[in-house]
Design a protein around this ligand. Sequence first.
Ligand SMILES: *Cc1c(COP(=O)(O)O)cnc(C)c1O
Length: 297
Amino acid sequence: IGEGDEVITAPNSFLATAGSVISAGATPVFADVRDDYNIDPSKIEEAVTEKTKAIIPVHLTGRPADMKAVLDIAKQHGLYVIEDAAQSVGASYNGKKAGSFGIAGCFSFHPLKTLNAYGDGGAITTSDAALYERLMKIRNHGLKNRDECEFWGYNSRLDNLQAAILNVKLKHLDKWNRRKREMAALYRERLQGISGIISVPSDAPGEEAVYHTFIIRCENRDELQRHLLKQGIETKVHYPIPIHLQKAAAALGYKEGDFPNAERLAKTILSLPIYPELSNDEIETVCNEIRAFYTSR
Ligand SMILES: *Cc1c(COP(=O)(O)O)cnc(C)c1O
């Protein structure tokens, strides 16, 4: 995939998703998302042109994208599927793990991810032997062995110290993900019936989400966020500015209104604290503060 090619992806991801397409010399083409934050297959269909080479669904928030529909479209048009599984290590869809559907699955071990290194790291999964061989070389300057270089690559080796740390942490991943699912269930229970909350995430049939983030949609989002911060509760917005509206994306020619759902979601979403070490008591406190905020209005 290179110059002149198009790759379809979501506009509401972390910047790296579209950035990787640009790095390859190709053009990212966005397709709007559904209310579950993941790419809308019917919008992918509309975005396909003769130049389209691949689709990058993002399993945002730790929830798998609608892979059956994505794979069907890819098959029909002869496109590669590359999964951005950076937020979904351990998640599954109809019993199959995120990152195992497309020709490649991309994972991040950034400190903010569940399986996290003490610095940067990442991995690509593939069941394609030729791609595997190429990736093994390209991450090490294109070297086939110590002295022979077949093509230009780059320095993208996983640092040994980070790999050793990740090796230890990997053993705890399932436990951490189970704990995050437990925390999501507690949030769901405690946030029930609060007016002002528009939606709270839950698993769709066949999904096992890992709740990388726990994103609610709510009224008066910015005020609620300020109220929580005053109580010592930090929340974030993932992400306040959709990628197509970033300055860096100006040359792609998009404008406000192009992806109404992604833009609408960006204005009401709020990520509540969720990480394995968070206690049930702390979750109760967060929920009580949210309830207090809306009750006092
Ligand atoms: C974190 C993240 C990335 C980028 O990961 P890096 O390790 O910084 O390369 C890509 N996509 C999504 C959805 C992410 O959350």
